[in-house]
Ligand binder design. Sequence first.
Ligand SMILES: NC(=O)c1ccc[n+]([C@@H]2O[C@H](COP(=O)([O-])OP(=O)(O)OC[C@H]3O[C@@H](n4cnc5c(N)ncnc54)[C@H](O)[C@@H]3O)[C@@H](O)[C@H]2O)c1
Ligand SMILES: [Fe+2]
Length: 386
Amino acid sequence: MIRIHRQPKTLITGIGSIDHLGEEARKLGGTKALIITDKGVCGAGMLPLMERVLKEAGLEVGTFDHSVPEPPMDSVQEIVTLAEKEGYDIVVGFGGGSPIDVAKAVAVLVNSGATIYDYVGVDKVPRKGLPIIAVPTTAGTGSECTAIAIFANEKLNVKQGVVSPFLMPNIALIDPNLTVSCPPGVTAASGMDALIHNIEAYISVNATMHTDSLALEGIRLISKSIRTAVYDGGNMWARENMAIGSMMGGIAFGNAGVGAVHALSYPIGGMFHIAHGIANTMVLPWAMELNMLACQKWFKEIGEAMGENMDGLSDGEGARKTLAALRQLAADLDVPQYLSDVDIPESAIPGLVEGAMTQGRLWNNNPRKFTREDMERVYRNMAVRP
Ligand SMILES: NC(=O)c1ccc[n+]([C@@H]2O[C@H](COP(=O)([O-])OP(=O)(O)OC[C@H]3O[C@@H](n4cnc5c(N)ncnc54)[C@H](O)[C@@H]3O)[C@@H](O)[C@H]2O)c1
Ligand SMILES: [Fe+2]
């Protein structure tokens, strides 16, 4: 089968790699950079470092420092207007997936006359925008390596994606040092998102030999280091494994797609403002309980990559062991597992099902063809902590 694989042209990785950012920005022709970031990242004290490396390379630098986490669509236009007025010629997304996604959208909206709503969906962006540099400070979304940006549509109460090759960052710079200040809750939620990207990419019906190799290695790196990263945040072995595993997840799912877990978690995030990684972790075992029946062999291999001993087990036994390992991981990281843990009432389930039904782009990647009843079953199974 013929497949087109996309990823950033330049990947810069490693502890201390941030020092190379300025010269690489200049190679892209940037002279006036707009850094887009948020209060949490500024509060961690990292903004002066970013401004310095760009200024030392001779760029003029401006900062928009109050981008909104889990960004609403309506939050983007203000930054586009600022970028147009000030004439920035390169955009730097600095933070977790949230400011990186905003930066990608701003880059293609500047001087386009369009709004973000015009670009929702696949291939709606008509042309290339400003060069984009993505510098993640969480090990999670892999957004630095994807041609996707996700926003909360507050009119429809659902998360929606802008998907276009023109959103692909020109440079992804992954410096694990920048993730050390992540508090345990953010490390756990974003780290689980990264693991889920690799898992969903591996079982996707659109997986390729290229995405499979990245996804399996991403699962290995994250599974062996996520507990240490959460409970001993200064451990650089764990932070580096997480950062690279997350990057691999981004490239894997950016090309193979994600499926049921994301499709069922987006309405939870959209309607109840639960962080993306938490909503995904809640849904993971319940969605996979149904999903793995369509892909037991692959699900067993995921468990093997997680370090589970599968000797002598059938595919079905192995898949069930993987599911148990994922439940244990979520419990160890103390992430909520039931809708009732985050005060979502059972009466919300019909609305959640409606939201999940709209995620056709994701269902197309999923191994099991979920019916409306299947979706409802997942939400009912996870409704109330016994
Ligand atoms: N574009 C994609 O391919 C893609 C993929 C998956 C998820 N997403 C989207 O990404 C968003 C979630 O991103 P995320 O999980 O990285 O979290 P985030 O960017 O929303 O950040 C979560 C919180 O952590 C803080 N934070 C981030 N880095 C920090 C650091 N180093 N030190 C201290 N605090 C820090 C932020 O300020 C914020 O308050 C969601 O909107 C989700 O839908 C996008
Ligand atoms: Fe995700």
